[in-house]
Design a protein around this ligand. Structure first.
Ligand SMILES: [Zn+2]
Ligand SMILES: [Zn+2]
Length: 376
């Protein structure tokens, strides 16, 4: 799985030099043992924090702790408690603060879990300037290999800069035993690529933003392995699980190599994040990241269908503000984010209504389709 690609450094057609993290990934029955062995090269110390919750401890945490002990490490398991409200931990400023005092001094951090535990581990590693590796317990989202952390701070979904993990490991049996809604969530997160990469390309065409075709094309070959027969995931077929997990790792890597979340996260993720914030405003738990993103992908796809069907799209004047009644207690924070986006919306509207771009027929043309002034 991407073994020849992980850990490489290369000059890309996008003009940048990409250094690919993780250095290696392990996807095998003995993933915990191989991970623990490989960690020796990361640091001279031998104290490793294993961050987990009650469920991921049962799924893999105890085995990972034993593997690290066998490899000569001192495993320091830290169990993130379930919150009073809701059935599992969340990645937010409160959890970070309470974890801060619980984490012992260490040389390495290894979250053993899925989205929330992985992000909390990445966050703790960034706070302490420590290297981290990750042991995945579900094929549920593509954050394992990304450098971003996606916590909720003050009720608002944020994207913070962290580090990508040095190593990633997963056991096929553990992924297959994870609750099926977690696997569905992973599928939703990789489906997003179809529209998120289109959003990124549109940003490139309209505003001249940086774009890396290589990062967008990373999963082209493995996509058919789960997209052509998604029922193979339901039936827990090993090839489909391996393909989905590879796609999750590679779409995460795509964000790290492009140094932006654009390759794998566009408007569909904003819909997913809006659902998170609406749940937070209502004081109820939200659904899994990838399942919300999957819903966002359906909505974004329909939006693309309508835009592409329009002969001559005209963008509306952006609204001055947000619907404050709808956002209730989050209105100020949401409005602060929205006003930052208004100049871009205005610029897009100007570009779309520019006679130069609208061409003879009134249809919009891409800048690179414009006839050259010299007629060549
Ligand atoms: Zn590139
Ligand atoms: Zn995502």
């Amino acid at each position: 799985m991407g073994e020849s690609f992980f850990g490489t450094t290369f000059d890309c057609t996008c003009g940048r030099t990409h250094r690919i993290l993780p250095r290696r990934s392990f996807y095998c029955a003995d993933a915990a043992g191989r991970l623990a062995e490989a960690c020796a090269e990361l640091t001279a110390g031998r104290r490793v924090i294993l961050l987990m919750d009650a469920r991921t401890r049962a799924a893999a945490g105890d085995d990972v702790a034993a593997a690290f002990a066998d490899a000569g490490w001192t495993p320091l398991p830290v169990i993130v408690p379930d919150p009073a409200r809701g059935k599992s931990p969340v990645c937010d400023d409160h959890t970070r603060q309470s974890l801060d005092s619980q984490l012992p001094p260490a040389d390495l951090i290894c979250p053993v879990g899925a989205g929330v535990i992985n992000d909390l581990g990445k966050w703790a590693a960034a706070d302490r300037g420590l290297p981290h590796v990750t042991f995945a317990t579900a094929a549920s989202m593509n954050g394992y290999t990304s450098a971003n952390i996606a916590p909720t701070i003050g009720g608002i979904k944020r994207l913070l800069d962290g580090q990508a993990p040095q190593l990633v490991a997963a056991s096929p049996a553990v992924l297959a035993a994870a609750p099926h809604e977690l696997t569905a969530s992973g599928l939703g997160d990789v489906l997003a690529k179809s529209v998120s990469s289109a959003d990124w390309w549109a940003n490139h065409l309209l505003f001249g933003e940086y774009y890396c075709p290589k990062s967008v094309g990373l999963i082209e070959e493995i996509e058919p392995l789960y997209l052509d027969r998604p029922e193979d995931l339901r039936d827990k077929k090993p090839e489909a699980f391996e393909a989905l997990f590879s796609a999750l790792l590679l779409t995460g890597v795509a964000m790290t190599m492009a140094e932006t979340s654009f390759p794998s996260s566009g408007g569909e993720h904003l819909i997913g994040h809006a659902l998170d914030m609406m749940s937070s405003a209502d004081g109820v738990p939200h659904d899994l990241h990838g399942r919300q993103v999957g819903v966002g992908t359906i909505l974004a796809s329909e939006l693309y269908r309508r835009v592409l069907a329009a002969e001559s799209p005209i963008l509306a004047e952006p609204a001055e503000g947000i619907d404050r009644a709808f956002w209730g207690p989050l209105a100020d924070a949401v409005e602060a984010e929205y006003v930052q986006k208004v100049p871009r919306l205005r610029e897009a509207r100007e570009i779309f209504s520019s006679p130069r771009l609208r061409g003879d027929t009134g249809g919009w043309r891409r800048p690179d389709q414009e006839p050259r002034p010299d007629g060549a």
